[in-house]
Write a protein that binds this ligand. Structure first.
Ligand code: HEC
Length: 125
């Protein structure tokens, strides 16, 4: 009997922790306590988002897909400043430009971070 109670308690703890994890990762809106969009850094924030979402697999080097090279600041800055980066990650352009192509949309928090970086001038910081 004691054993069963212990199992129930463990099960409840696991489900509650999982709940918190998803709240943080997916639901946190940009600018909330769990999604800090202040002072975005190209090397500290933006490169990680590109990396975590597989962007480099298709956008590395001068022959990157669509002629887009995200693997250095000059390439990333080009699409940041001409508006194509935000259009691509917010899925507001034609279907073929929805990024990451064939993958799930970035989280609201990740989009918020990239938006903040672009707004601050897409600095090489
Ligand atoms: C599976 C390969 C693949 C992945 C992964 C991928 N892209 Fe792309 N990307 C493409 C292709 C192909 C195009 C060219 C689309 C076209 O113009 O037909 C493109 C185009 C783009 C463009 C230009 C869109 C335009 O309007 O011209 C941007 C910006 C872009 N990708 C950003 C990203 C970002 C940011 C990520 C990661 C979140 C990403 N891509 C992941 C294949 C990919």
């Amino acid at each position: 009997m004691k054993k069963n109670i212990a199992i129930v308690i463990i099960a409840i703890s696991i489900t509650s922790f999982t709940g918190c994890y998803y709240d943080k990762e997916v639901v946190a809106p940009p600018g909330s306590a769990t999604c800090d969009t202040t002072q975005m850094s190209y090397t500290g924030d933006i490169v990680n988002i590109f990396n975590n979402n597989g962007c480099f697999g298709c956008h590395t080097g001068p022959s990157g897909n669509g002629g887009v090279n995200l693997n250095n600041h000059s390439g990333a800055g080009t699409v940041a400043n001409d508006g194509r980066l935000l259009q691509a990650i917010t899925w507001t352009g034609p279907q073929r430009t929805h990024m990451p192509q064939g993958g799930p949309k970035l989280t609201a928090c990740e989009i918020g971070k990239i938006r903040a970086w672009v707004k601050e001038g897409a600095k090489n910081n």
